[in-house]
Design a protein around this ligand. Structure first.
Ligand code: WT7
Length: 656
C-alpha cells in the first residue's frame, strides 16, 4: 500500500435533482423507492438477488443454493444452468425485439452496419460453429484481440454460447502484452483482424498476434481466426490461420446455446495491480449476467425506444458489461463506435449522437476534459436533443468537467450518473439512479441495492462522516470476481487480506481511497496502491518499471503519477542509468518507445527524468511519496527522516 495519506478533498455543495418528468417515467422513481429496494436487499440479500435472477434471466435448470460463501470464495446460484448468449439473444427472438437493432456500428472511416437481434443471433451461431470446427470446446480459452467492430462482440457471444471462456485483450496493447495474457490463459485459439482503424491509421493487429505467438511462445494456440477489416496484405500461415469470410459460408447457422453451470467461467480479463504481472480477473456465468443485466437496467433506466451508447472499447470491462452483455441481455440497442476524437474529426462523437439519435451517452471524464479543450462549438453545432441521460466512468470527475457535461452536453436537462466500479466488481457499485438520486458534482453518490459499501480504517472500522478511509464492500454480490486466474492465493491476498479478516468478517478491499459525507454520499479519491489511472486506464507502476528495467541502458526505475489536466494523471519515470550510459534526449525518447513496445502506447511515460540515485528508505524501499511531490513540482513535505541519503533528494529537486 502506498504511504500517501488520504485527504478529504474540497466540499462540493451544489445539488441537482432529477426532473419530475424524468422521474415519473423512470424504473426507480424516487429516493424513497431506492431506499426501499436498498433496505430490502440489505435485510435479505439472498432473497433479493434470487427474485431478480428468476424474473430477469432464462434458466435451463433452477439453482438449489443462492449463495455459497466460503470467504473469500463465493458461488452464486449453485446448481443452476443458464447461458449468457441465450439471455442476450435467443430469448429476444420470440418477442417483437426480433427485428429491433441490437448493435448499431459506426466505423472510423464512416462505414456503418446495423444488426438486428435476429441477424446478430445468426452470426453468433455461425461464429460459434466455426470455433467448434477449429477444435474449440467447452472450457477452452479463446483470446480476442480485435478492433471495435461487430465481430468483436460476435466472437464474445459465440464463446459464451459454447462455454469457451474468452480473454479479450485491448487492441492497443503490444505484442508482448498479448503474449503474456495468451500464455497466462493458455489460450487455444485467437480471434483477431487484419487491422483496425485508430486515429486515421491502421493498427496491424494480425501482425502483432504473429509476433506474440512466434517461436512457440504460446504453445497452446492452435488456430488463429482472422476477420477482414482494413484489407491490407497480411501473412496467413497455412493450417494455423483462417479467414472468417472463408469459413462463414461453410458453417451452419444452427448452434443451440450450451447449458452452462452458474459458476462456469464466462471470461478472464486482465487488469493491472500494484505488484507484478497483470491479474486475470475471473467472472463466471450466472452472477455476472444478472449483475450486468440489473445494473444496466437500473442505472441507464432503459426504455424500449432508447439508443444507448457507451464509448468504451470492448477490451475493457466497461465494454464487456455495458456495450455487450448488459445492454443485449436487456434487449436494448447498443451503439458501437470504432473511432475516437482525433484532429481530423474532433466532433465525431457528436456526429454519432446526431446521426443515430443517441438517447443515453456513457463516457469517461478524460474524454469530457478533452472535449472542453476542443471547445463547446463542436457539440453546439450538432443536434444533441435526443440525449436524455449521461454517464461517466473510470476515474473521479472534477466538478468543472461535471458542470460542463451538465450544461453543454446535457443542456441542464439530463441527469448525470457518475458510476464507480472496477474490473473486479463486474458491474457498477456506487452510482446515482437517474430518476431517484439527487446528484452532487464529483460524487458517485450511493451504493446500489445489495451493495454494502463502506469507508473504513485499516482495522476495518467505519470512519466518521467526511473522514478519509479505504473503500470496501461488506457482503458478496453476484457480479464479484471469483478468483485470479490460476492464482487463488493472489486473489485472497490482494483483495481480502489488506484489511485483516476478523471473526469471519471479510472485507473486499477495492484499492481506492474515499470519504462519505453527511448524506451518505461517497466521494472516491483515487487509488491508494501503486496503480496509476491515466486517461481512465489502469496501469501498475511495477509493470512500467519492469518494462523500463528490461532496457539495457537502465539500472533502476521508479514510476509515479503526476496530476494532468486532461488525462487525470501523467506517468513520470525516474530512471538511473547503467554506468556506461549518458542521459540524452534520444535515450529518453527511446525509453518511452520501449515502454510502448513492451506494454502499449497507453503506458508510455510522459516524462523521463534521469537521476544518479533514487530516494530510498534505510530498508531499501523507494520513497514514492517524495517522487510524487517532485514530479508535480511541489515542495517535498512530510517526514523524510527515513530517507537514507538526503543528498539524493537535493539533487532530484535541483534537477526537477
Ligand atoms: C478503478 C477501476 C470500471 C470501469 C473502468 C475502470 C477508478 C472507476 C470511477 C468513478 C472515481 C473511478 C477507481 C477504480 N474509477 N470509476 N466513477 N469515480 N474513480 O475499470 O480499470 O478496473 O479501474 O478506476 O480507481 O478502482 P478499472
Amino acid at each position: 500500500m502506498s504511504e500517501s495519506t488520504i485527504e478529504s478533498g474540497l466540499q462540493e455543495k451544489r445539488v441537482f435533482y432529477p426532473s419530475a418528468e424524468f422521474s415519473s417515467q423512470a424504473q426507480v422513481k424516487s429516493l424513497d423507492e431506492y431506499q426501499q429496494l436498498y433496505d430490502r436487499a440489505q435485510a435479505d440479500p439472498q432473497t433479493f438477488w434470487a427474485e431478480l435472477a428468476e424474473q430477469e434471466l432464462h434458466w435451463f435448470q433452477p439453482w438449489h443454493t443462492v449463495l455459497d460463501w466460503q470467504p473469500p470464495f463465493a458461488q452464486w446460484f449453485v446448481g443452476g444452468q443458464t447461458n449468457v448468449s441465450y439471455n442476450c439473444l435467443d430469448r429476444h427472438l420470440t418477442t417483437w425485439r426480433r427485428n429491433k437493432a441490437a448493435l448499431i456500428w459506426e466505423g472510423e472511416p464512416g462505414d456503418s452496419r446495423t444488426l438486428t437481434y435476429a441477424q446478430l443471433h445468426r452470426e453468433v451461431c455461425q461464429f460459434a460453429n466455426a470455433l467448434k470446427q477449429l477444435g474449440v470446446g467447452k472450457g477452452d480459452v479463446v483470446g480476442i484481440y480485435m478492433p471495435m467492430i461487430p465481430e468483436a462482440a460476435i466472437a464474445m457471444l459465440a464463446c459464451a454460447r459454447i462455454g469457451a471462456p474468452h480473454s479479450v485483450v485491448f487492441g492497443g496493447f503490444s505484442a508482448e502484452a498479448v503474449r503474456d495474457r495468451l500464455a497466462d490463459g493458455k489460450a487455444k485459439l485467437v480471434v483477431t483482424a487484419d487491422g483496425g482503424w485508430r486515429k486515421d491509421a491502421i493498427v496491424p493487429l494480425k501482425t502483432q498476434v504473429d509476433r506474440a505467438i512466434a517461436d512457440g511462445a504460446v504453445p497452446t494456440v492452435e488456430n488463429v481466426l482472422v476477420v477482414r477489416r482494413t484489407g491490407q496484405d497480411i501473412d496467413m500461415q497455412p493450417g494455423r490461420d483462417h479467414w472468417w469470410h472463408d469459413l462463414q459460408p461453410t458453417v451452419s447457422a444452427d448452434c443451440p446455446a450450451e447449458p452452462m453451470d452458474s459458476e462456469d467461467v464466462l471470461f478472464v480479463l486482465y487488469t493491472s495491480g500494484s505488484t507484478g504481472k497483470p491479474k486475470g480477473v475471473v467472472h463466471t456465468t450466472a452472477g455476472y449476467n444478472l449483475y450486468a443485466h440489473m445494473t444496466t437496467k437500473w442505472i441507464f433506466d432503459l426504455q424500449d425506444t432508447d439508443v444507448y451508447w457507451c464509448t468504451a472499447d470492448v477490451g475493457w470491462i466497461t465494454g464487456h458489461s455495458y456495450i455487450v452483455y448488459g445492454p443485449l441481455s436487456n434487449g436494448a440497442t447498443s451503439v458501437m463506435y470504432e473511432g475516437a476524437p482525433r484532429p481530423s474529426n474532433p466532433g465525431c462523437f457528436w456526429d454519432v449522437v446526431e446521426k443515430y439519435g443517441v438517447t443515453i451517452f456513457y463516457t469517461a471524464p478524460t474524454a469530457i476534459r478533452a472535449f472542453i479543450k476542443m471547445g463547446s462549438d463542436l457539440p453546439q453545432a450538432r443536434d444533441l436533443s435526443s440525449l436524455r441521460l449521461l454517464g461517466t466512468v473510470g476515474e473521479p470527475i472534477n466538478p468543472e468537467a461535471w458542470m460542463w457535461y451538465h450544461t453543454v452536453i446535457g443542456k441542464e436537462r439530463c441527469p448525470i450518473v457518475d458510476t464507480w466500479w472496477q474490473t473486479e466488481t463486474g458491474g457498477v457499485m456506487i452510482t446515482p439512479l437517474p430518476g431517484a438520486t439527487p446528484t452532487k458534482p464529483g460524487s458517485a453518490t450511493r451504493p446500489l441495492p445489495g451493495i454494502l459499501a463502506d469507508v473504513v480504517d485499516l482495522d476495518g472500522n467505519s470512519v466518521p462522516d467526511n473522514e478519509g478511509g479505504y473503500l470496501v464492500v461488506r457482503h458478496p454480490w453476484p457480479g464479484m470476481m471469483r478468483t485470479v486466474y490460476g492464482d487463488p492465493d493472489r486473489f485472497r491476498r490482494t483483495y481480502w487480506e489488506h484489511i485483516p479478516p476478523k471473526d469471519g468478517r471479510y472485507l473486499y478491499f477495492a484499492g481506492d481511497g474515499a470519504r462519505r459525507d453527511e448524506d451518505g454520499y461517497f466521494w472516491v479519491m483515487g487509488r491508494v496502491d501503486d496503480v496509476i489511472n491515466v486517461a481512465g486506464h489502469r496501469l501498475g507502476t511495477m509493470e512500467i518499471e519492469s518494462a523500463l528495467v528490461s532496457h539495457p541502458a537502465v539500472a533502476e526505475a521508479a514510476v509515479v503519477g503526476r496530476p494532468d489536466e486532461v488525462k487525470g494523471n501523467e506517468i513520470v519515470a525516474f530512471v538511473t542509468l547503467e554506468s556506461d550510459q549518458e542521459p540524452t534526449e534520444e535515450l529518453a525518447k527511446a525509453l518511452k518507445k520501449h515502454v510502448g513496445q513492451e506494454i502499449g502506447a497507453i503506458a508510455r511515460p510522459g516524462d523521463i527524468r534521469f537521476s544518479d540515485a533514487l530516494p530510498k528508505t534505510r530498508s531499501g524501499k523507494i520513497m514514492r511519496r517524495l517522487l510524487r511531490s517532485i514530479a508535480s513540482g511541489q515542495e517535498v513535505s512530510g517526514d523524510t527522516s527515513t530517507l537514507e541519503d538526503r543528498s539524493v533528494l537535493d539533487k532530484l529537486r535541483g534537477g526537477a
